[in-house]
Design a protein around this ligand. Sequence first.
Ligand SMILES: C[S@@+](CC[C@H](N)C(=O)[O-])C[C@H]1O[C@@H](n2cnc3c(N)ncnc32)[C@H](O)[C@@H]1O
Length: 308
Amino acid sequence: MNYCLNTTKSYHAHELDTLGWELTVCNALYPENSPCRNILKTNASLGVSLYRFLEKYIPFSESRNVLEIGGGIGYLLRDFLELNPNLRATALDISPYLLNRQKETLQKYNVRFIQADALKKETVFFTPFDLIIMNENMGDLPTLIPQKGIVPSPTEELLFYQNKASELNSRYYLNFASDEIINIGALMLLENICRADVKYIYLSEHSCDAAVPEEMQKLIDIKPTATPEKITLKGHDEYTIKFSQLQKIAEIFNYKVRRGPIADFLPIEFSNKLTAILRFRTPATDEQEIIQQFVYDLYKYEYLILTK
Ligand SMILES: C[S@@+](CC[C@H](N)C(=O)[O-])C[C@H]1O[C@@H](n2cnc3c(N)ncnc32)[C@H](O)[C@@H]1O
């Protein structure tokens, strides 16, 4: 099969100058008056709810060295440091604009900032960390897209990623179908971090394997798809992530895997009003549209907690 490469690197490193249009779950939940908070059982930001959830699996008293990759504006790390001032935090991001936003958000705290492409880091860079967090960034990493018909001869970069895909395919029995979109960057980054033997890993992203529980299927339409799906955003395309493949890699490295929709730690408080909003095919107001999208995201985003 021939492929082309989808990469957001140049966009993130050189063009991005706002995250406003790309409303991540973290940013949507951050304002205290966010309408999204009203439909949850916990009236809290993503960082606070996630920290409380992770505490069940990660002994934070002995896991102090934390790396966040692709932290966006930095709200998640700010919540973690507010809840646990003993953490030693490092923030790595490819985007100079967003790293500056993180510096502003985290100015009160002692954080080490690194501007870099996470995919270019050697395994030894990750080894000192007890916990690595990757929230909503794996879909930005390079993706191989199958191409039909006559294609231009491949660039060196494309050949590099194609070779990596066939190595990972045979090493981890990933069984890529011939017409499957491959999350090559996400697979490579997770492999590198697992190889570094980092004790605790948390990641979350749009998942092409996601499904909603049966009782909610009338309200939310999410079905697994065989291959990652394209999401077109300002200046770049992302792809949903095939979580089953990430899970396979982690298991081969002997990680214990906990996996689910982010609704597990952002549980919905169902009311008649919310049910009615979800039943409308076309939202009547901006707020209804935000809530429909947010509820969809709570099930479309999966997380992995990997522990050694
Ligand atoms: C969609 S934003 C998510 C931001 C934040 N984690 C949140 O949930 O709001 C993706 C983040 O990943 C960063 N990113 C994308 N590709 C990266 C790479 N190759 N290495 C490091 N950071 C990257 C972007 O600059 C951005 O901060």
